[in-house]
Design a protein. Sequence first.
Lengths: 114, 116
Amino acid sequence: GDSVTQMEGPVTLSEEAFLTINCTYTATGYPSLFWYVQYPGEGLQLLLKATKADDKGSNKGFEATYRKETTSFHLEKGSVQVSDSAVYFCALSAYTGGGNKLTFGTGTQLKVEL
Amino acid sequence: GAGVSQSPSNKVTEKGKDVELRCDPISGHTALYWYRQSLGQGLEFLIYFQGNSAPDKSGLPSDRFSAERTGGSVSTLTIQRTQQEDSAVYLCASSPFGGGRQETQYFGPGTRLLVL
């Protein structure tokens, strides 16, 4: 079946540091890839997505590139802020005609300190 | 516009009781999903509704779990004879069409269920 593996957390960084959260996937079809973020006390919200190989999703300074050859979708940001502290979930969607259900990774907690 | 809403936001119940969780999707969205977020299992798919089609129930963990969607809009997730392992945050999401893998799902704030 489909699966998503992302790096364990928590990840603790100083403000303005470079962020990478690794994500790799296994899928039987040709999935779309997503990063969702959950800020403290809030619901899941889409951060960015990519729907085909070599696509780059970007939002709020975050980027991730769909790498089919390495089955990866790593999340990066050049300079993190305290306000980026949250839990980040990598997910895939491989529509098989029965629904567009998302398969999530376990989540990576990011803490950004001054 | 209004997002996905869920009620109640928190629910505490005793083991063995039945609970109902409600989801109001974004107006006009035809696809509706339920997920569960728990410490042991992470985020997992439960059930999917698409228009008037039969739901995809492949993620429901046991026959104690059921869901319905009335009039193609509001959905209710029912858990019968709750067990302590049912304690989790139950998330509802909706999307405009549900017919393509690239479609974004919009999540509600969740219902936090605690079974004592």
